[in-house]
Design a protein around this ligand. Sequence first.
Ligand code: MG
Length: 228
Amino acid sequence: MAKLKVKGSAETIEVKNVFCIGKNYADHISEVKIEGIDNSIPKEPVVFLKPSTAVEAINNTVSIPKIDSKPISQNLQNEVELVIVIGKDGDEIPEDKALEHVYGYAVGIDFTLRDLQTEMKKQGKPWAVAKGFRTSSPIGGVVPARNIGNAQALDIRLSINGELKQSGNTSQMLFSIKFIIRYLSSIFGLRKGDIIFTGTPAGITQLKAGDKVSAEIQDIGKLEVTIG
Ligand code: MG
């Protein structure tokens, strides 16, 4: 079972369901436009799920899966995201109670096999293979919500080999943290240990073996991984 560390404590959190919100920053929607499909800003959140093995860290290294020694993708890309960690079960949670269900927040990276995802989008197929592979979603230490001011106003950035590639603020989310919690809890229910990736600002980049990826969110800290 995948476990998350809580910063400054011996406590760990067992990960249950991994929810992800796609297309939640306007500048990222613009950079992934694909000819022939609908690239508009979504009216409802774009939701996908990952298996909990996606968040299992393996020596802080992220690798493209291989089958018969052959990588299944030629284009691994970064997506830095604020991760919400649910601390209390809830169904149909109203927005004014949403934050009561948040244990804390963490820095996460939603690594994506972009060539596969683009093909799946064109063909109307699910994204699971492009998004949910093992090591695709490393998560840094969880910071309890009480230690963070307003999670909806945090600078979020990502560098590759020291070069800044993504820079935004969580205030730019199209669907807010409270809205996402109400939405997901109304459809799926949310349980203690569920985590939610909340989308990425622009700056996705094709990665290569040996790249050092450093993701950071204000008040939360850093997450550093190497591409294998
Ligand atoms: Mg993402």
